[in-house]
Ligand binder design. Structure first.
Ligand code: 5GP
Length: 386
């Protein structure tokens, strides 16, 4: 047995120190990023002028957009969410459970390449998953991003799968995960991944740490994996554990190229979950002697390894497995556009505090200070609006 004594950090263990800045307004902050990928080999149209000289065009980036990704979870990674977020150049990882026909018709209806550029197909590593992808891919050519997603990215079989998938599909961007350490991040990139998904156990509806005792403090995982990936021209996604815009900003400041969100994007119309109304008797009197009744709307949300997800998609948990996810009710929040606006406003503000004109510069500009009290909770239980 071995103990690592170095302190590892979560998002709520730090704050970002404000710095003198020349930025006039939040509006001036550019949240878009451009990335090229190390292992992706896109087909390039070989344009040739009539005299035989090749047309030399400025090579644009493989990705250009706001590097936030909706997670491939029920109630989040839906077609409707993907289309809505793509309008703002934000990505979505689709849930794994769409059928072949649904996927083909979704990608077929891609009129402006937004689905190609901002949607990732998700899959596991079973033979069925491989066969399903092959069938979909034979019918449509505009799948650019594929997320190979397993709970434990440390198995040899996973690395072998990524390597073989890369050889079979050189012209897709491979997202692979989840891992939390620099060595496995490098291993994945050296075996063909372009973007590594980082996070074991931090998710809002994840119970892996409770069930297994396994995990890694998320901010440190992001910082260490980002450093390893960038050394190989790869990229990382900070996946899980962001509960507020400030956490997303801390992930970017810690070196994340993308941030993936589950819970923060749950509870919206685009997720397609059923809206449940609950009634509460309040302390307030409505007429002389009767108490006021208040209605609140919720949407069910659950982890993809929870009992609920296993029952919905696989007819129940296999008897050798335990649930590693929670089932919760999240407040119904209407259209996702308002939430996105709040998130982007928060990150823009972080950049102005830290003196970063572009999101790209945030990790260079930011200094973390360690804290054991992230914010003032005095009025937390009686807050009426935030
Ligand atoms: P959140 O943004 O809600 O904090 O975290 C979202 C992430 O939690 C997902 O992208 C995924 O990596 C992870 N996740 C989703 N469902 C489960 C689950 O049932 N168990 C575990 N361990 N992780 C989950």
């Amino acid at each position: 047995m071995h103990i690592e004594n170095e302190i590892k950090l979560n998002y709520d263990d730090v704050l970002i120190r404000p710095k003198r800045s020349t930025l006039g307004s939040r509006k001036a902050v550019d949240l878009e990023r451009g990335f090229n990928f190390p292992n992706y080999k896109p087909y390039v149209a070989k344009d040739v002028l009539p005299d035989g000289y090749p047309v030399v065009q400025k090579q644009d980036k493989n990705f250009r957009g706001i590097p936030i990704i909706a997670s491939n979870m029920d109630g989040v990674g839906t077609f409707e969410m993907a289309d809505k977020l793509a309008e703002q150049n934000i990505m979505t990882c689709l849930v794994k459970t769409y059928s072949i026909d649904e996927l083909v018709s979704f990608y077929d209806g891609d009129i402006d390449n937004k689905r190609k550029d901002f949607v990732a197909y998700s899959m596991g590593i079973t033979e069925n998953d491989e066969q399903k992808f092959k069938t979909v891919y034979q019918q449509i050519s505009n799948i650019k991003y594929v997320c190979i997603d397993v709970a434990n990215g440390y198995s040899e079989r996973f690395i072998d799968f990524v390597r073989e998938f890369r050889m079979s599909y050189p012209n897709v961007v491979i997202i692979a995960g989840n891992v939390v350490t620099a060595d496995q991040t490098q291993e994945l990139i050296l075996n063909g991944a372009d973007i590594v998904k980082v996070g074991i156990g931090p998710g809002s509806v994840c119970t892996t740490r409770i069930q297994t005792g396994v995990g890694y403090p998320q901010l440190s995982a992001v910082m260490e994996c980002a450093d390893a990936a960038h050394g190989l021209n790869g990229h990382i996604i900070a996946d899980g554990g962001c509960n507020c815009p400030g956490d997303i900003a801390k992930a970017f400041a810690g070196g994340a190229d993308y941030v993936m969100l589950g819970g923060m994007l749950a509870g919206h119309d685009e997720g397609g979950g059923k809206v449940i109304t609950k009634k509460y008797i309040t302390d307030e009197m409505s007429t002389g002697t009767t108490r006021k009744i208040e209605e609140k709307k919720f949407v069910q949300f659950y982890g993809m390894s929870s009992d609920a997800a296993n029952t919905k998609h696989f007819g129940g948990l296999k008897d050798y497995r335990a649930s590693e996810g929670r089932e919760v009710l999240v407040p119904y929040r209407g259209n996702v556009e308002n939430t996105i606006q709040t998130i982007l406003g928060g990150i823009r503000s972080t950049c102005t505090y830290a003196g970063a004109k572009r999101l790209k510069h945030l990790s260079k500009c930011a200094t973390f200070v360690r804290t054991n009290s992230q914010f003032n909770r005095t009025y937390e239980s009686t807050t009426t609006k935030m």
